[in-house]
Write a protein of this length. Sequence first.
Length: 294
Amino acid sequence: MKVVFIGCGYLGHNLSKGLIDKYDVTILGIDSPYVQYSPWFRYADVFDMGTMINQDLQDAIVVDTVSLVGNRTTSDNPDKLLRSIKYKYQGLLDVLKAKGVKRFIFLSSGGTIYGDSEMPIKEEHELNPKSLYGKSKMMLEKLIQESGIDYLILRPSNPFGGFQITNGQGVIPILINKALNQEPFDMYVDKNSVRDYFYIDDFVDILDKLIEKDISREILNVGSGVATSLQNVIDWVEKYTEKNIIINEVEKDETAVKSIVLDISKLSNLIDHQNKVSLEEGIKLEIQRIERGH
């Protein structure tokens, strides 16, 4: 089966690498730091209709890991930016339908699309994104559902681990690098803020089983279902690096979610999966990986 990823960032690289031994995997996208580590990558502007119409996409599963705005992106004209993103995706979806793709799997954002919640949150909960990133994901979910394409929408929480180029993305590798290098960590959210972290290998297994079971026309939370504070993460990083993290208190990001944990019961009812790597074990694996790099 053909599985075509669009976007060669952290998720595109690691998820495609995890599936490459089982499926006919390709990544289409533009240049990124991950391209040199992804020999199955092919350069293509996926939002250029002339480029995409020439791709071999018949009966392919297309997995969208693209993000046209960053998690902390702001804009003086957010409505204009969102309209631009919507226009690009309308063209992409039209091409994918014309090319006869089997399914479009869209990676949304379980970490930002709901807003704040202290209790595990279900997919049916009202959406209340605070950031432009979260608002873009909400808009695209609606567009995809109305497009007529066969879809699967995944709302991952905070995946981490695997191969990651630490360039300001991913709080866990950033904390580890800061600890090892004894550099200050900019704390722009409260240390008691809560997230739902899960290891990238578990994400690969979930995606594989969803493809294998032919799950479609669903919206699914993907995570651990476990709430963990930033302070807990800091404590584990300090414990296993045996170094103190220097905290630099900066102006808090008012668009950042203060508390979110996902209810993953719907996913668990559809596929046979249990996360194999705990957050604590994943942090130890990340420290080993980053220390090897150092």
